[in-house]
Design a protein around this ligand. Structure first.
Ligand SMILES: [Zn+2]
Length: 185
């Protein structure tokens, strides 16, 4: 996307990472999706393509400068790229030499986080509609019925906002089951 006038003014027409080549692209730093200028970084062609490449360590030495940019979006993107090269001494040095806002660091690292998922007793990811098997006997609350270990529960539903719980029908009754007591069938 071409660079907006506002962003162009902010960066002076120059890429905000390498600070040398002309800025031709607006880059929104994920997980932000909008085109609010404070979420964007102006990039040159080279930096834009280098973001998706590996082994560009020497190229990214320019981040030693961009990490000091006053814009949180530029700091976050620089920090994020540095993290991918933290095995290299120069990158580690930059990371250790700066102190960013906690929010900016979280923004930068958000890309490396694995979203919380519902998982069964063996760490398999559960999805809505999966069939599962109970890995231990389960008392069905409010009844005298005990579901035996090995009982198949068909077409479970994930409890939104609680990755420890799923819902399923046992003995014609929908009940909440702890995800850690089931195995994906
Ligand atoms: Zn650049």
């Amino acid at each position: 996307m071409a660079v907006s006038i506002k962003l162009s003014e902010r960066c002076g027409g120059v890429c905000e990472l390498c600070n040398s080549l002309p800025a031709n692209h607006e880059y929104t730093v994920s997980p932000k999706k909008d085109d609010a200028i404070q979420n964007q970084v102006a990039l040159c062609d080279t930096c834009l393509s280098a973001i998706d490449e590996k082994d560009k360590g020497d190229y990214w030495r320019c981040l030693e400068g961009s990490i000091w940019n006053p814009e949180a979006s530029v700091q976050a993107l620089s920090y994020r790229i540095l993290q991918s090269y933290k095995e290299e001494e120069w990158a580690e040095n930059v990371i250790n030499s700066i102190e960013l806002d906690e929010d900016t660091v979280q923004w930068a690292l958000s890309i490396f986080e694995v979203a919380d998922r519902h998982k069964d007793a063996f760490g398999n990811i559960l999805e809505n509609g999966d069939n599962v098997v109970l890995t231990q006997a389960l008392n069905v609350k409010g009844t005298s019925f005990t579901a035996a270990k090995g009982t198949i529960v068909k077409r479970i539903r994930l409890v939104p906002g609680n990755t420890e719980q799923i819902e399923g029908k046992i003995n014609e009754q929908t009940i909440v089951i702890l995800a850690k007591y089931v195995k994906k069938g």
